[in-house]
Design a protein. Structure first.
Length: 438
């Protein structure tokens, strides 16, 4: 049986939820029926647009735009400050309702989720009728509207849910890609940000179809791994599973809210290394291997994004989790300032379970000795085990990776240890991120 995936997305979530709350409290005008936005402060004209009404969009106002710019486009714009406690409550109500339809539900942000409909298909006349039923039930019971996209993979379902809004159901099956997706501007493809759009257009790639037909070698030369990802998405290639909350509960994760927003990928990689050490250490402590790694980003404007992939082989080494997390971050990050970073491992196995080795594990020993594939798996396991043992006996700060040490200059004859020396004293890693046990 082929998979059937729904992507469910609340229409202008923040604005809809705030509009409902204001009407309930006696406000006479529905924010959804006038030019209005959520975000910023009308008196100071600071902040950014977090959500907009349909009428505000007609003025050319867009999400993440500075409030001052939006006011120049529409001087009579109504501005409502965000109410994050309200949004969290309404989001929970939505997920609880959807969970009554199916437990195979993956929430990816406060206002969107994936639902694996495959196991429910025998209960409804068709996926289309089921989606209309879900959509109408949400509107009747919760008072706001959603769009639902239907396909056989998460990517195409998400693209479908972004078609005409609000309160609509759309399909985007593989056979519909040339007609429905390829004519779209390349900027509308998931995971293609403003910077990538500009560069693609410079190369004459203006539509999703242009990208799908582009030479893959050319894309990977100019965009590295992100080039391959964009090409796959333009061709509707995505086999990522829906990770339900029951599966997530069996995972191990860690995240940290940063003291200062991160705008540099090198700094983000250091934070991901700290998180990888924590997650991998807890995996080893519980004698488990992870098969799937997810990286989560929360931006400075509080929007969230996540991306996941399956490891080549189940692992609990810091190196494997960190390398995978950095790759996911590079694919996911769109250049905006980052407020929170998180790593989650899932689909766990006992560490003594039989696993299939990948191509690099099976490489000739001579190639491994020459360093063609980096440190061997056995060496990585011994390194992690040695660090675990030292930290268990002497404390977490007893051994620190050189990456976390501040670089200082010392005179050649001073006799002091260089800060690049892992055993140098007087230096400490960044504050350990708070554990988020799942």
């Amino acid at each position: 049986m082929k998979r059937i995936i729904f992507h469910i997305d609340v229409n202008s979530a923040y604005l809809s939820w705030s509009a409902q709350e204001k009407l309930k409290n006696g406000h006479m005008v529905d924010l959804r029926t006038i030019p209005s936005i959520i975000g910023g402060d009308q008196s100071t004209r600071h902040g950014i647009v977090l959500a907009k009404s349909i009428l505000a969009k007609k003025y050319g106002i867009y999400t993440s735009e500075p409030v001052a710019s939006a006011l120049r486009k529409c001087p009579d714009l109504f501005i409502e400050p965000p109410n994050h406690a309200l949004y969290a409550r309404r989001s929970q109500e939505l997920m609880e309702l959807l969970n009554t339809f199916s437990p195979d539900l993956e929430q990816v942000s406060i206002d969107e989720c994936y639902l694996d409909f495959t196991g429910l298909s025998h209960q409804y006349p068709s996926p289309l009728e089921a989606a209309h039923f879900f959509k109408d039930t949400i509107r009747e019971q919760l008072g706001f509207t959603v769009n639902i996209g239907i396909s056989n993979c998460k990517l195409l379902a998400k693209m479908a849910s972004d078609f005409e809004k609000p309160d609509k159901v759309h399909t985007l099956y593989p056979q519909e890609i040339p007609q429905k997706m390829w004519p779209l501007p390349v900027s509308q493809l998931f995971m293609v940000g403003h910077s990538s759009t500009r560069r693609l257009e410079q190369y004459g790639i203006r539509t999703v179809g242009d990208l799908a037909r582009a030479d893959l070698a050319f894309l990977t030369t100019h965009f590295k791994s992100h080039g391959q990802l964009m090409w796959e998405y333009a061709n509707g290639i995505d086999d990522s599973p829906v990770i339900s909350w029951q599966q997530e509960a069996k995972g191990i994760g860690n995240s940290t809210t940063l003291r200062e927003d991160v705008t540099d990928e090198a700094q983000a990689r250091k934070i991901l290394l700290s998180l990888s050490e924590s997650v991998s250490g807890r995996l080893r402590q519980s004698h488990q291997l992870a098969q799937t790694i997810t990286v989560e980003i929360k931006y400075a404007d509080f929007t969230r994004a996540s991306h996941q992939t399956q490891l080549l082989s189940p692992s609990n080494t810091t190196r494997a989790i960190h390398d995978t997390s950095c790759t996911l971050f590079s694919q996911l990050w769109d250049g905006r300032p980052v407020r929170l970073l998180g790593i989650r491992s899932s689909r766990l196995l006992p560490d003594d379970a039989p696993v299939q080795l990948n191509l690099f594990d099976l490489a000739p020993q001579s190639a491994k000795k020459e360093g063609l594939f980096g440190p061997s798996l056995d060496k990585l396991k011994k390194l992690d085990a040695a660090m675990d043992q030292i930290r268990s006996r002497y404390g977490h700060d007893a051994v620190v990776r050189g990456t976390f040490l501040k670089k200082t200059l010392t005179a050649p004859d001073s006799g002091r240890k260089s800060a690049a020396d892992p055993l140098a004293t007087g230096h400490h890693p960044p504050q350990s991120p708070a554990d988020n046990r799942e």
